[in-house]
Design a protein around this ligand. Sequence first.
Ligand code: CP
Length: 334
Amino acid sequence: MNFKGNHILSVNQFDREAIERVFNVAHQMLPYAKRRKRTTVLEGAILGNLFFEPSTRTRVSFGTAFNLLGGEVRETTGLSNSALAKGESLYDTARVLSGYSDIIAMRHPDSGSVAEFAEGSRVPVINGGDGANEHPTQALLDLYTIQKELQDHGSSIDGMHIAMIGDLKYGRTVHSLSKLLCLFKNVRFTLISPKELNMPASIIAAIENAGHQYTITDQFEGSVDADICYQTRIQEERFPSQHEANQYRGKFRLNQQIYTKHFQSKTVIMHPLPRDSRAEANELDNDLNLNPNLAIFRQTDNGVLVRMALFALTLGVEDIVAQYDRDIHWHVNI
Ligand code: CP
């Protein structure tokens, strides 16, 4: 895979070699993310950070990652605040905004919209989530986290068992992560969701074609000897109505008691976040916050590393980052 100057729109673009490349560069970004030193390798470069759908961590971590490499960020947030609301096409928006930026990160509520935008862009575009379709940078940071967590347990992605729980129909993060896992060997999937929110047939077909084992169920049953428990939120914004989304809220809660009953004492708990902490949902209870296997905030920290790596690779500076090192002058407590 050639990163330099190219769009990152789908996990389908990646093979294992490309993933390893991203992870190696991400690992080298740790001292910058931890503020042990800084770099100005992207001084003068501008990221267009275009979020036409709500986001906290993806938007801010893209911006943070670009700033940590020395670049500047220009943002637009919300469809109603953009000229798309006046009928402007994605193509025209892309032609215009790519004239103001060296690279663009974008999120949009419609499947396929980021790829459509990229056709009009004169600079590389990174998909920050397009509807229920894909969230490739989340999948990469999830996989990076899984690799690190399993290494700490003396195991690896090949041969692991992952339980994916909740809204597997509309949850784009589980779609992208499953596709990446199809590049690995002997992965076992336990897919736990209400029947109506099952994993799409195309993803199941990919899992089958990769030769992986999978189980589909609509309830927690007995012991799930998973290495990874990947919980998700009911994606209420993608349901035809709020009423329909409400039927599934709170169906698969995870708290310390349920975790102890169904999972191993070493099962790593992940969630792409945001977790819905409202009482009627509460899919990942606060009583797990001090559980050392809760990796959700390690995921968000890793997101900065992975996004720094993707910017460095796409702009072709991955090998010269350290040439632009600077000292840190302020108190650091990260
Ligand atoms: N995981 C994720 O995409 O979070 P945000 O919606 O806050 O960006």
